[in-house]
Design a protein around this ligand. Structure first.
Ligand code: LLP
Length: 421
């Protein structure tokens, strides 16, 4: 459930009319709902109730400071994958002891910033990284708390570009080698082993791969403890999928996911960490856009809108589906017609949807792409010299611009021309 509903024929974000935001901010823009973000966080809290746990929101899904602060204020931890995300989490008020640092390519500089600033743990993904972290920690006179991310070789049954738990993927250490790597870690003076970590992919719509991976982690935990390691935390990654198509069944709920965690790992007495991104932010956001032209092609009508693949890249990058809804509610019984919904960018890949059934629309009409709160604004670029789309946060009957639209001047002035040119 989200808080983007029609009221008296107009689409609202909580108690704010989308058309009112459009009139103030201009189109296109992203809009997020505080109540939806909070609700999704609470669903995970309820799912893990009774187990010691920390929900570390995966900031890569949406790292706007206001979104991070909204969740941080509820007590959320953060999963970061760059020093940029680490510094944003801190700027949003999240303490270091609630931040976990993931990613296959952490640099020594990034490690140093996090170790000096305070960090809950590093999720280490390779032996070279382990040694690099040890060296940084020793140079600072510290011990770095770590888990090792294991690759359980489980098929997450999701899009190949976002599956991470198979042996052909670049992530983690093969689970078969884990005991040897833990032995190495335990012998390093700058390293303190605190747990284990796994993340098998994103937009999972089946719980079975989670169960398979978590059973392997449970077995590994027992072995590692027998080897003398103090495995007290298990980071189980993110990945629970969301319903992108309202008409196409629903993925499992956080409560069902929580039941899998309890069943597979609940008896180990470990503190559980999870790193959900998409499920918290995805359906808490819309990309709102205006129709520029309706163009009749030879065999189809094109809806040319003012947002494009640079603003929301998921459809062209992964072939993903985003529901599209008109901001003015269509009259009951109105006949829908098929449109190809496209942006202004000069390549055919700039297509949001083909032959999408929508009510008749004309120039100036507003539409909204649903499920755009995760991996939307964060993946945007200025391709075609289109300034980044602004972001707006709604809470109840108030809204605030949480990232303004850059002016053309700002965009142009970010480049510089060398003296010799
Ligand atoms: N933890 C780790 C280590 C991750 O790599 C990811 C996502 C997450 C947590 C959060 O997963 P989530 O709960 O959001 O599924 N750009 C793609 C998604 C890439 C996900 C990468 N890693 C998309 O637009 O679908």
């Amino acid at each position: 459930m989200d808080h983007f509903l029609y009221r008296d024929g107009a689409l609202f974000a909580e108690d704010v009319a989308i058309a009112d935001i459009a009139a103030t901010v201009g189109t296109p823009f992203y809009v997020y709902s505080t109540a939806t973000l909070e609700r999704h966080y609470q669903l995970f809290q309820q799912a893990l109730e009774g187990l010691p746990h920390l929900i570390c929101y995966a900031m890569k899904a949406n790292s706007n400071l206001a979104v991070v602060r909204t969740l941080g204020r509820l007590g959320a931890g953060m999963d970061v994958v760059s020093v940029g995300e680490y510094l944003k989490a801190r700027a949003a008020g999240v303490p270091g002891e609630r931040i976990v640092f993931s990613g296959v390519g952490k640099t020594a500089d990034e490690m140093r910033v996090a170790l000096e600033g305070g960090i809950r743990q590093f999720n280490v993904e390779s032996e070279p990284e382990l040694h690099a972290l040890n060296a940084v920690a020793v140079s600072l006179g510290k011990r770095a708390p770590i888990t090792i991310r294991v690759n359980p070789d489980v098929d997450a049954k999701t899009h190949e570009k976002i599956a991470t738990g198979k042996k052909e993927n670049k992530f983690g250490i093969p689970i078969s080698r884990a005991r040897a790597v833990y032995a190495t870690a335990a012998a390093l003076p700058g390293i303190e082993v605190v747990g284990a970590d796994v993340h098998i992919g994103s937009q999972l719509t089946d719980l079975e791969p989670f169960a398979q991976a978590y059973l392997k982690v449970a077995e590994l935990t027992r072995q590692l403890r027998a080897d003398g390691h103090d495995i007290r935390r298990l980071d189980l990654g993110g990945g629970l999928g969301i319903p992108y198509e309202r008409t196409n069944g629903a993925p499992p709920l956080p409560m069902d996911y929580g039941a899998v965690i309890r069943r597979t790992l609940g008896d180990l007495g470990c503190e559980i960490e999870i790193e959900p991104g998409r499920l918290i932010a995805g359906n808490a956001g819309l990309l709102v856009s205006a129709v520029i032209y309706v163009k009749s092609g030879e065999d189809r009508d094109f809806l040319i809108v003012d947002s494009a693949m640079n603003d929301l890249v998921r459809p062209s990058m992964y072939g993903s589906h985003h529901d599209i809804v008109p901001v003015v509610e269509p009259a009951a019984g109105i006949e829908l017609r098929p449109y190809d919904v496209v942006g202004p960018i000069c390549e055919s890949g700039d297509t949001f949807a083909k032959q999408r059934l929508l009510p008749p629309l004309g120039a100036g009409d507003l539409i909204a792409f649903r499920s755009a709160g995760a991996y939307g604004a964060v993946m945007a670029s200025e391709y075609n010299s289109r300034p980044l789309v602004p972001e707006v946060l709604v809470r109840g009957d108030q809204f605030g611009v949480i990232r303004p639209r850059p002016s053309y001047e700002e965009m142009i002035n970010r480049d510089s021309i060398p003296q010799w040119l």
